[in-house]
Design a protein around this ligand. Structure first.
Ligand SMILES: *Cc1c(COP(=O)(O)O)cnc(C)c1O
Length: 372
C-alpha cells in the first residue's frame, strides 16, 4: 500500500505538534508499581471532589439525554450573569476554557497578526495558537516566576491581536497585581484583545492585590473562567468567557454548536449553588499550601509561593526533575513535570486532601536523596 507522506498530509504547524501527554492515571500507576496507596497530585483537579448537589442534578438530566443540549446554554448563562453582575449577552459557555481558547484563536486572527504571552504558561494556549498557525511571541517571566507585563507591553506592535495572561498563572501559581494590571491596561492599544485566563480565580479572589478582570471597564478584556478547578467538574468540561457583546457575538458564530453537553450544563448549574463546598475546599487548599511551604523551607527546597491550588518546585536540573517525578511515581505519588509549559527543571504539585499531602510528605522523605 502506498504510504501517506507526512509532508503532503499536513502543514508544518501541525507536523510540529505532539499529542498531549497526560499525567499518569491511577490505573497505570497501579499496574506498573502497585504501591500501597496512590495520590494523584498532577492535574490541579479538586481532590475534595465536587458539590453533593451535582449528582442528583445530573441523574435527573439523564432523562433527556436523547435531546441535543441548548446550544446557547441559556439557563447557565443567566445564572452566571447574575453571579457576575453582567448580562447574558456578555457570556459564552464552552466545553472547558480550553475550548474557548480554541474559539478565540480561530475567530480573531487575520493574516500577519500575532499573539504575545509569557514563555512559561498554560501549554493549552501554545497548542491552540500553533494549530491556528499564528505566530507567538513569548516574553520571559520575571526572576520571581511572574508575568512581566511591562515587557509584554513593550513587545506590542500594530500587528499584535491578542495578549494571553493566565492569572493566577499555571504552572507557577503566581499572579500579576492590581497595580501592574492597571498600568498595563493603560498602555495596551484598543486593537489588542487581552485574554485574562482566570482558571484559578476562586482560589485567588481573596488576595488583596489580585485584580479581578471583571472589575475593569475595558471593551478589549476577555475573562476566562472554568468549572474544572475549584468547582471540581473537570470531567464535565464546562468553561465560560465574559467580554463585551461584540466579542461574545463573534465567538458565538464560531463555537461548536452543541457544547457543552446537557449533563455538563446541569452539573455546572448545580455546582454554582453550593458556595459552602467552595469555601471548604478552598480552606483545605490554603492549609495544604502552608504545610508544604514549611516542609520545603526546612529542607531547602526552592519553591514558588502560589495563589492557586498547586505549588511549583525548582530542582537543580532537568534530569533531577525527571528522576524525582519517577521516584515519587514509584511511591504512588503522581506529580507533573512542566517542561512543556516552558520550565524543564520544575515540578508542579497539586494540593490534595490531608491524607494525600501526608503521603506526599512521607514519599518525599524517602526519595529526597534523588534531588539533592
Ligand atoms: C486547567 C486550566 C485550563 C483548562 O481548563 P478547562 O476548563 O478544563 O479546559 C485553562 N487555563 C488554565 C490556566 C488552566 O490551568
Amino acid at each position: 500500500m502506498p504510504q501517506l507522506s507526512d509532508h503532503s498530509l499536513v502543514p508544518a504547524n501541525i507536523r510540529d505538534l505532539s499529542p498531549y501527554v497526560a499525567g499518569k492515571t491511577i490505573e497505570e500507576v497501579k499496574a506498573a508499581y502497585n504501591p500501597p496507596e496512590i495520590s494523584k497530585l498532577a492535574s490541579n483537579e479538586n481532590r475534595m471532589g465536587c458539590s453533593s448537589l451535582v449528582r442528583p442534578a445530573v441523574v435527573k438530566a439523564l432523562e433527556e439525554v436523547q435531546d441535543y443540549p441548548d446550544p446557547v446554554a441559556q439557563q447557565l448563562r443567566e445564572a452566571l450573569a447574575q453571579q457576575n453582575n453582567v448580562s447574558p449577552e456578555n457570556i459564552i459557555v464552552g466545553a472547558g476554557s480550553e475550548s474557548l481558547i480554541a474559539n478565540l484563536c480561530r475567530t480573531f486572527f487575520d493574516d500577519n497578526e500575532h499573539a504575545i504571552t509569557a514563555d512559561a504558561t498554560f501549554v493549552g494556549f501554545f497548542v491552540q495558537i500553533n494549530i491556528r498557525g499564528v505566530s507567538l511571541k513569548k516574553v520571559p517571566l520575571t526572576s520571581d516566576f511572574r508575568f512581566d507585563l511591562e515587557a509584554i507591553a513593550d513587545a506590542i506592535t500594530s500587528e499584535t491581536k491578542m495578549v494571553y495572561i493566565a492569572n493566577p498563572n499555571n504552572p507557577t501559581g503566581t499572579y500579576v497585581t492590581k497595580t501592574e494590571f492597571e498600568r498595563f491596561m493603560h498602555r495596551v492599544p484598543d486593537h489588542v484583545l487581552v485574554v485574562m485566563d482566570e482558571a484559578y480565580y476562586e482560589y485567588a479572589e481573596s488576595v488583596a492585590d489580585y485584580p479581578d478582570s471583571l472589575q475593569y471597564d475595558f471593551d478589549n478584556i476577555i475573562t476566562l473562567r472554568t468549572f474544572s478547578k475549584a468547582y471540581g467538574l473537570a470531567g464535565f468540561r464546562v468553561g465560560y468567557a465574559i467580554a463585551s457583546p461584540k466579542i461574545i457575538g463573534n465567538m458565538m458564530k464560531t463555537k461548536l454548536t452543541f457544547e457543552p453537553t446537557s449533563l455538563g450544563q446541569e452539573a455546572a448549574l448545580a455546582a454554582l449553588q453550593d458556595t459552602a463546598f467552595l469555601r471548604k475546599s478552598n480552606k483545605r487548599v490554603q492549609e495544604g499550601k502552608k504545610r508544604l511551604y514549611t516542609f520545603f523551607e526546612k529542607r531547602n527546597v526552592s519553591y514558588v509561593p502560589s495563589v492557586a491550588n498547586s505549588v511549583l518546585i525548582q530542582l537543580r536540573g532537568e534530569q533531577q526533575a525527571i528522576d524525582f517525578v519517577q521516584a515519587m511515581l514509584e511511591e504512588g505519588v503522581i506529580l507533573r513535570r512542566v517542561h512543556a509549559f516552558g520550565l524543564p527543571r520544575c515540578v508542579r504539585i497539586t494540593i490534595g486532601r490531608k491524607k494525600e499531602m501526608d503521603h506526599f510528605v512521607h514519599a518525599f522523605g524517602k526519595v529526597k536523596s534523588k534531588i539533592s
